[in-house]
Design a protein around this ligand. Sequence first.
Ligand SMILES: [Zn+2]
Length: 281
Amino acid sequence: MPDLYFYIVLFVLGACIGSFLNVVIYRVPEERSLMTSSACPKCDTPIPFYYNLPIFGWLILGGKCASCKAPIAWRYPAIELLTAVLFTLTYWQTGWNAFLPVALVFVSTMIALVFIDADHMILPNVITYPMFVLALAVRIVYPVAFGSIFTDTLYWPVSMMHGQPAWLMSLAGALLGALVGGGSLWLVGFLWKLLRGVDAMGLGDVKMMLGVGALLGWRLSLLTIFAGAFAGALIGIVILSRQKDKTLQAQIPFGIFLGTGAVISLLFGERMIGWYLARFM
Ligand SMILES: [Zn+2]
């Protein structure tokens, strides 16, 4: 059962990376080092390695710090479990190939951004900028090193470059994706500001979509924004309907929905677009 073996490996790897993402989510907004060992947020006692086991460490401790008994949020094991599940889903969709590590890094980045945005309403540049650069590098190197073709190069308008080197078509697709992903979001924010006179979203969302667009291409970036806007609208309505003061401007960290939409697009986007085009076009 080699396949089952890979699923288990990906699950365990995901749980460990999820443990690291907890540190990233907790420390990056405070600009603290990621390298020092993890400690109880309350009493600062370093957590011994045997309790640092993802998911199980928290269960063994009963959700309490071993030293001061302060409760440890269930979100920590939940993020480890979420990462583990998304890693196995990614393997299921991608298979064992050169693109898998890229997809796993992408999913991890989205998880970190989603939870940092939820906590602090920011999408840190130290994450969004490197993601954009890394996405461009992958789009240039991968067609040369692995001969893999990013799906957006098969479609208009990049497909019109047929005959050009694969890396150049891939790079053009990446830049177009960044322009469509980041640009359309910037435009929405710009128009909203014209109409309502308030900032609807920060530039963090635009920068995040530069990286998402560069890796996924223009079709999947649009799907990311539609899926994100759809989820954001649904949840926004719930938040607004619960709000007593209707004049309050509800602040919604849009990065949460973009990150969710981006993971859905990465894993199932091509199939969703194919299904949609077959049915309605
Ligand atoms: Zn403690």
